[in-house]
Design a protein around this ligand. Structure first.
Ligand SMILES: *[C@@H]1O[C@H](CO)[C@@H](O)[C@H](O)[C@H]1NC(C)=O
Ligand SMILES: *[C@@H]1O[C@H](CO)[C@@H](O)[C@H](O)[C@H]1NC(C)=O
Ligand SMILES: *[C@@H]1O[C@H](CO)[C@@H](O)[C@H](O)[C@H]1NC(C)=O
Ligand SMILES: *[C@@H]1O[C@H](CO)[C@@H](O)[C@H](O)[C@H]1NC(C)=O
Ligand SMILES: *[C@@H]1O[C@H](CO)[C@@H](O)[C@H](O)[C@H]1NC(C)=O
Length: 385
């Protein structure tokens, strides 16, 4: 009786499967197979503290960490920890907006133990700390279209015309764009508080899991750099997909216009303290100036002047930035590399086009050729572990 019931359920599921459209969001239907790699999943909260409130004691500043283990077993010597960028969360490493295999799964396929972090204040990393994490809008549809998914339409920088890898039209109304835009959530405007909680919990995480490769996207690059400063012996390498922590400035609105720049990150690439040599006790002791010609294709950058202070702890960790040929970052990522090199960090820059990987915008790891980008990350790890 039981087995015949099961059989009829299975038959029904099979019949449903044949009829079901599994493209895009339709893949949520029970009959649709996952594109992700077979893995086990566990979650943990790391760090944080109790803070006495009027209603009772609250947990503040713990970091959400998801542990993904390949079903076929781990065969790489070091784990990989993924740090999402601003306005999004750890979901960005899972199945892509057009429901292809996500970046985390590509790393599982290579045999890595993978950890996905939700930054403090964001997603499942949000805590009862309502006081310190002042939140702001993550990304409007307009910012996403112009900056990430369809920069070619507004042509704010010449390289935008080479953008070919976003799946779909990259504008509102396209189901892939709508699925992607829906992943944006508020982010905190107090990065000082976020950096402090992330660096404290981050070194605790690494002391539990051992030396790891840290892979970040965009402004998520703040955190691996801070961990390189605080516990360099626990960071096997620091891999940054389009790092967003450009020295001493941020780009707002028209990302390539010089009027769209605001001062940011007083410690150079971070908002909070990092070790420099000669030692400084205040970021105001750093002196810097704008250097280089400024064109829409290649931006001017802040570099130190006068006494050049070296990032002696950060320099202990290997650093690489990966940049897409059609991303706004191709116009200013040299600022990151030049600043780090001047500060004594042997920073490496991989322009993806030099590896024959072309047409990528800022979210290359979600775009059509994302498997190739995962391959570049894997190759770099293999060459540096
Ligand atoms: C919070 O915890 C502390 C230490 O255990 C305790 O003294 C205090 O009464 C708690 N606060 C509230 C409001 O329950
Ligand atoms: C690890 O396992 C993956 C998946 O089975 C395989 O492709 C890869 O070659 C293996 N790597 C090592 C170093 O054994
Ligand atoms: C960030 O939060 C901290 C702690 O509440 C506060 O001291 C600081 O002034 C805030 N910074 C900004 C820019 O709001
Ligand atoms: C952005 O600024 C650049 C340089 O000032 C200008 O050429 C371009 O038209 C602007 N693009 C947009 C979308 O506003
Ligand atoms: C861009 O500008 C930097 C200086 O800021 C310079 O070193 C570099 O050669 C320039 N790149 C191109 C492609 O012009």
């Amino acid at each position: 009786m039981i087995s015949s019931t099961l059989l009829s359920v299975a038959t029904l599921a099979g019949a449903a499967l044949a009829a079901v459209d599994c493209t895009g969001v339709n893949a949520i239907a029970p009959g649709c197979a996952s594109q992700e790699s077979l893995h086990y999943r566990d979650f943990f909260y790391i760090g944080g503290r109790y803070v006495a409130g009027a209603a009772g004691n609250l947990t503040y500043d713990q970091v959400y960490v998801e542990k993904l283990t390949p079903a076929s077993g781990v065969n790489q010597s070091h784990p990989v920890v993924l740090y999402h960028g601003g306005g999004t969360s750890g979901v960005t490493w899972l199945n892509t907006p057009d429901n292809r295999k996500g970046f985390a799964s590509h790393l599982l396929d290579y045999g890595y133990q993978v950890y996905i972090v939700d930054q403090t204040s964001v997603g499942r990393g949000s805590s009862e700390n309502l006081n310190d994490y002042v939140m702001r809008i993550g990304s409007t549809a307009e910012i996403t279209e112009k900056g990430f998914t369809a920069p070619e339409l507004t042509n704010a920088y010449p390289q935008s015309q080479e953008h070919t890898q976003w799946p779909g039209t990259g504008v509102r109304g396209d189901p892939i764009f709508d699925a992607f835009e829906s992943t944006f959530i508020p982010l905190t405007s107090n990065l000082t508080v976020q950096e402090l909680s992330m660096r404290s919990a981050g070194c605790q995480l690494l002391s539990l899991i051992g030396p790891s490769f840290l892979v970040s996207h965009s402004i998520g690059a703040l955190h691996p750099l801070l961990l390189s400063n605080d516990c360099p012996q626990l960071v096997a390498g620091n891999i940054n997909l389009e790092p967003g922590n450009i020295p001493f400035q941020s780009y707002v609105g028209n990302a390539t216009s010089s009027v769209g720049r605001t001062s940011a990150r007083p410690w150079g690439m971070t908002n909070t303290y990092v070790t420099y040599e000669p030692a400084i006790s205040s970021s105001s002791e750093l002196t810097y100036e704008l250097v280089g010609d400024d064109t829409p294709a290649n931006r001017s950058c802040y570099m130190q002047t006068g006494t050049i202070h070296k990032l002696t702890e950060i320099a202990k960790v290997k650093y690489v930035a990966l940049t897409g040929s059609a991303s706004p970052h191709i116009t200013y990522e040299h600022c990151v590399i030049d600043f780090l090199q001047q500060a004594g960090v042997a920073a490496e820059w991989i322009k993806l086009a030099d590896k024959g990987i072309t047409g990528n915008g800022h979210f290359g790891y979600l775009e059509k050729n994302s498997p190739q980008i995962a391959g570049v990350v894997h190759d770099w790890i293999q060459a540096n572990c």
